[in-house]
Ligand binder design. Structure first.
Ligand SMILES: Nc1ncnc2c1ncn2[C@@H]1O[C@H](COP(=O)(O)OP(=O)(O)OP(=O)(O)O)[C@@H](O)[C@H]1O
Length: 231
């Protein structure tokens, strides 16, 4: 197995609501290797999104650690956690989360602009356009989300997630809002990106998404119950 890009050690997340504690994750240990396509399965409410948000730096664990290239993420200064969130991981959500007032290319390039990594706006725009071409949207670059189908919106969201060449692409139920055929085409796109070397973590309760992964882990009672070997 090649080097781990991300690891979780004893990762826990407890929510407190109305004076009651809900322990959603309780000692999650896993590691994601460079180039790997990991699927995290689990029933509704098992904590999949919570785990992905933690790995993506959108939330803070109540216990344990997330190691990015061996460094404990939440021991870094907030500024570096921000940089991690903006550039080292790319996030794709079930409901796309595109900005409605921006067209496709603007939605993609905005993530490049906030990275503030020294690239010129025209270089970022060029990359945004080539990513949209890559995901099959060459003729839809100037369309706003309202003028795009669900599958097209998800392609824009995937292009946006890739604008800063993230080490890891994190997707939360990426086909959950799509019909079966469109979902398949999005899975095919993930498959191609993975074949091109993209490391990715897909969270899903859809077995079809999991089937195409290198490795499948299942969240049960706040823990990763099993590491299932690929077929
Ligand atoms: N911010 C929060 N405050 C309180 N409880 C929360 C919060 N976020 C999530 N939860 C609870 O944590 C549990 C796990 O939620 P999570 O969204 O991670 O599950 P999931 O496996 O992704 O579910 P689904 O497949 O339905 O999206 C749920 O019981 C949820 O209500």
């Amino acid at each position: 197995m090649s080097e781990a890009i991300l690891e979780t050690r004893g990762l826990g997340r407890t929510f407190t609501e109305g004076g009651r504690e809900l322990r959603v994750l309780d000692g999650v240990d896993t590691s994601i290797a460079v180039g790997e396509k990991l699927a995290i399965l689990g029933r509704s409410g098992s904590g999949k999104s919570t785990l992905l948000h933690l790995i993506g730096g959108l939330d803070t664990p109540t216990e344990g650690q997330i190691l990015y290239r061996g460094t404990s993420l939440h021991e870094l200064p907030e500024k570096e956690i921000d940089a991690y969130r903006r550039t080292h991981v790319g996030l794709v959500f079930q409901f796309y989360h595109l900005l409605p007032e921006l067209n496709a290319v603007e939605n993609v390039l905005i993530g490049g602009l906030i990275a503030e990594d020294g690239r010129t706006k025209s270089a970022i725009k060029q990359r945004a356009e080539s990513l949209l071409e890559r995901v099959g949207l060459k003729d839809r670059m100037k369309h706003r989300p309202a003028k795009l189908s669900g599958g097209e919106r998800q392609r824009v969201a995937i292009a946006r997630a890739l604008i800063n060449e993230p080490d890891v692409l994190l997707a939360d139920e990426p086909t959950g809002n799509l019909d079966a055929d469109t979902g398949r085409s999005i899975l095919e796109l993930f498959h191609e990106l993975h074949a091109e070397g993209q490391t990715m973590v897909l969270v899903t309760h859809d077995d079809k998404v999991a089937e195409a992964a290198d490795r499948v882990v299942t969240l049960v009672n706040g823990r990763l119950a099993a590491d299932l070997p690929p077929d």
